[in-house]
Design a protein around this ligand. Structure first.
Ligand code: MEV
Length: 456
């Protein structure tokens, strides 16, 4: 029999009732679950109300660490990068790569373009050629239609850049599209774009019904949907680092600069060739990118979706980064579309997103693109550097040690002892468990000895 847990009116219930229901229905220990959910409520009621407003049916807050990676020299400016991430070693790796490159000229970037895209998908049985003939007239009518909507954005230097009519009826009968390019300046612009697109859809319908050239045309336009596209290959930035190959000699004790550069470049080429490797390689890039995107209150799902689509733009999923060694010079670069904003939305509402932007010097959207791409490149450099030298586990497990110790319930003394013990040893869950058991046994024995001495 199917279990029926359908409830009505959940969204209208107060938070306390939602928790009661949740706990009654799902908790193995109701007291503990209630305590845990409530323990993450923010003590400031007003702030909690704002946080609740970001989503729906909120019963608690989900906490992630907010860390800082200092020493990022980007286009000659020094940044400390706030990163929100739950994976050990990401912030440490970014910091270490940042410091390494700060001594070698830092990160260089170039914003290639900042165009965003929106689409009105429509179905029509009318004469598309006729519509195309009147394309310029249609554009003028639509531009007029959205004049008041776009006024503010135009004042800031943005607005609608271009408008195209696309015939896709060979792929799907009667399917056409209005593809629109936008400049949204410092805002991510999702609401602006979607509002303009909906107005365009209405304008398109009006144009066909009212224009005398279409009077004999009895077919109505069916607007399927109007929505921005998160694929923004023209909202693009490049970040790179470069140095003479011999300057890389310090990376690894067992390799000279040329051997390291060669192994590094090979690893990047492997990620160009093999999608299985490319996905992991790019995941490493997004370890950094997601962390700063999240810290700035931008939409990390959009950034991820777009980045992965861009990585597959020639039909095969490939590395987003590139490495060249030319005339003794090592150049490592990342080209990635990043549609982000630094005004509006969560960037002003989330108290820590606001602080992130402040720490970054309140950058423009273009500057933020440069910062984010540099963080992605730094993260990629750190991961591939470890992979082709010591292997990833050495550094990773050292930083994961604390998680293992927390999991095993280690106290402060035990944690310090374990950290000292594992300084020169390989960390694994089994090794840490063994160490802790031994430590606790020894502590018991010495406690027994002390008690016995005291009794005597
Ligand atoms: C782990 O989160 C990321 C890496 O796997 C990236 C890579 O393999 O390049 C280390």
């Amino acid at each position: 029999m199917l279990e029926k847990n359908v409830i009505a009116g959940f969204s209208k219930w107060p938070k306390s009732k939602k928790i009661e229901w949740l706990v009654e229905t799902y908790a193995s220990n109701s007291q503990e679950m209630t305590r845990d959910l409530k323990s993450f409520w923010h003590p400031g009621e007003e702030l909690q109300r704002i946080i609740d407003g970001f989503s729906e049916n909120t019963v608690s807050n989900y906490v992630l660490p907010y860390g800082i990676a200092p020493n990022f020299m980007i286009d000659g400016r020094n940044y400390a990068i706030p990163m929100v991430i739950e994976e050990s070693s990401v912030v440490a790796a970014a910091s270490s790569a940042a410091k390494f490159w700060a001594d070698r000229g830092g990160f260089h970037t170039k914003v290639i373009d900042t165009r965003k895209v929106g689409q009105v998908h429509f179905f029509w049985k009318g004469d598309f050629n006729l519509l195309q003939t009147h394309q310029q007239e249609l554009k003028n009518a639509l531009t007029k239609q959205v004049a008041s909507l776009t006024a503010n954005m135009r004042k800031r230097g943005g607005g609608v850049l271009d408008l195209e009519l696309l015939d896709l009826s060979l792929q799907e009968p009667n399917y056409y599209q209005l593809r629109v390019a936008f400049e949204t300046c410092d805002s991510m612009g999702a609401n602006f774009i979607n509002s303009v697109l909906e107005a365009f859809a209405e304008g398109l319908q009006g144009f066909i019904t009212q224009h005398p050239a279409f009077s004999g045309n009895t077919h109505e336009i069916d607007i399927l949907m109007s929505i921005l596209s998160n694929y923004t290959p023209e909202c693009l930035v490049e970040a790179w680092v470069e140095c003479p190959v011999e300057d890389l000699g310090v990376v690894c004790e067992t390799m000279d600069g040329a051997s390291f550069a060669d192994r590094f470049a090979k690893a990047v080429r492997v990620a160009q060739i093999d999608p299985y490797r490319a996905v992991t390689h790019n995941k490493g890039i997004f370890n950094g990118i997601d962390a700063i995107v999240l810290a700035t209150g931008n939409d990390f799902r959009a950034i991820e979706a777009c980045g992965h689509a861009y990585a597959a733009r020639d039909g095969q999923y490939r590395s987003l980064s590139k490495c060249e060694i030319v005339d003794g010079k090592f150049r490592f670069s990342l080209e990635i579309p990043l549609a982000v904003g630094t005004v509006g939305g969560l960037t002003v509402l989330h108290p820590l997103a606001k602080r992130t932007l402040e720490v970054l010097g309140n950058p423009s959207a273009r500057e933020l693109m440069s910062i984010i791409a540099s963080v992605g490149l730094a993260q990629n450099f750190a991961a591939v550097r470890s992979l082709v030298t010591t292997g990833i586990q050495q550094g990773h497990m050292k930083l994961h040690l604390l998680n293992i110790l927390n999991h095993l319930g280690a106290n402060e003394t035990e944690t310090t002892a374990a950290q000292t013990f594992f300084e020169e040893k390989t960390v694994s869950h089994a090794a840490v468990t063994l160490f802790l058991e031994g430590w606790r046994e020894a502590a018991q024995v010495s406690k027994g000895v002390v008690m016995a001495v005291k009794k005597e």
